[in-house]
Write a protein that binds this ligand. Structure first.
Ligand SMILES: [Zn+2]
Length: 331
């Protein structure tokens, strides 16, 4: 392989058009078609290439060869253990690499923070109604392993269900008919399942000092059903598992995530934004039905005191009680 360029004789400033033969063991330099020098690769000295400055190839006897284009002696540079032109070009674009990395991280973060919730919001609404109903029933089946039978008198249960039926006539249409389920437990808790079921645990029903206070909590849970928060959260959690699995190649997480749906609802809870949305729904509903949201604020205070004694898991996902009590009391 011949590379053309110019050559400078030893200690002379004049130059000649030249080429080097770099195909064999010996590197041969020809000046005006006459061989003027030859040496082994080891004896050859190559200058560092800075930016687009030409590389100088020095022979031991003083001859210097400068190629027309640096890329022509790329293989020579590689043989001498220097970085090839392509690598040097990439290196000179370090800022571009840096920007690309920042961009990739930003895209991943945006996808995780906004893309997945955005997609989940719509995906949860596109699912056939049978899916959330089925998922809700399966979750309750799993949770029932840790719950006991409710001790709330049947009459009181019926009265609560009757009130909830009336609420549904007064409020914007729900995506699913709301069904109230009562269960025995030792924590004051209530939660909405995908598909329209609201589970009230005995200590919560007993904690409420009035129907209106209990209704505040029920309406909050109805807010979750109205906004399909549970299903959104479930799709979201499965999607995250899918993304993680596609990055790590570990699919066992996805399957586990699906099976553990019920456990997930109890442990991870809903986002703060979802809780605020449910609170807003409940506040508007309380104002419409009872013309005051004060009983809800009072119920939150009771729960807050309860929380100070022992912290049930779900309360930790419900943000800042003081803030919520305050927002209930705002006109
Ligand atoms: Zn909630």
């Amino acid at each position: 392989m011949r590379v053309s360029g110019v050559a400078y004789p030893p200690r002379l400033s004049q130059r000649c058009s030249a080429d080097i033969d770099i195909s064999g063991e010996q590197i041969k330099l020809c000046c005006d078609h006459q061989m003027v020098s030859q040496t082994s690769l080891e004896q050859l000295t190559l200058s560092d290439s800075v930016g687009n400055l030409p590389v100088r190839v020095s022979f031991p006897d003083g001859w210097v060869f400068v190629p027309d284009q640096n890329k022509d002696i790329d293989c020579l540079l590689q043989k001498k253990g220097r970085k090839s032109l392509r690598i040097r070009k990439v290196e000179s674009n370090l800022w571009l690499i840096f920007v690309s990395i920042v961009f990739c991280i930003a895209m991943l973060f945006a996808g995780y923070r906004y893309g997945i919730p955005w997609f989940s919001h719509y995906a949860a609404r596109m699912l056939p109604d049978g899916v959330p109903v089925f998922v809700g029933e399966k979750i309750l089946d799993q949770l029932d392993e840790q719950f006991e039978t409710s001790h709330i008198p049947v009459q009181q249960q019926q009265a609560i269900r009757k009130r909830v039926a009336l609420f549904q006539q007064q409020l914007p249409p729900m995506p699913f008919p709301v069904q109230i389920e009562f269960r025995g437990s030792d924590i004051a808790n209530a939660f909405a399942l995908p598909g329209g079921k609201i589970v009230l645990l005995d200590p919560l029903v007993e904690l409420a000092q009035s129907d209106q206070q209990l209704d505040g909590v029920i309406l909050h849970e109805m807010g979750h059903i109205y906004h399909r928060h549970m299903m959104t959260r479930l799709v979201e959690s499965s999607l995250t598992a899918v993304v993680v699995a596609s990055l790590t190649g570990d699919t066992s997480g996805v399957v586990h995530q699906m099976i553990g749906a019920g456990v997930f609802v109890m442990n991870t809870g809903l986002s703060r934004d979802m809780e605020r949305q449910a609170d807003q729904f409940a506040k508007q509903a309380m104002l419409k039905i009872y013309h005051t949201s004060e009983p809800m604020a009072a119920m939150f205070e009771l729960l807050q005191q309860q929380q100070m004694r022992h912290t049930p898991d779900w309360l930790s996902s419900h943000p800042n009680f003081s803030e919520r009590i305050e927002s209930m009391r705002q006109p």
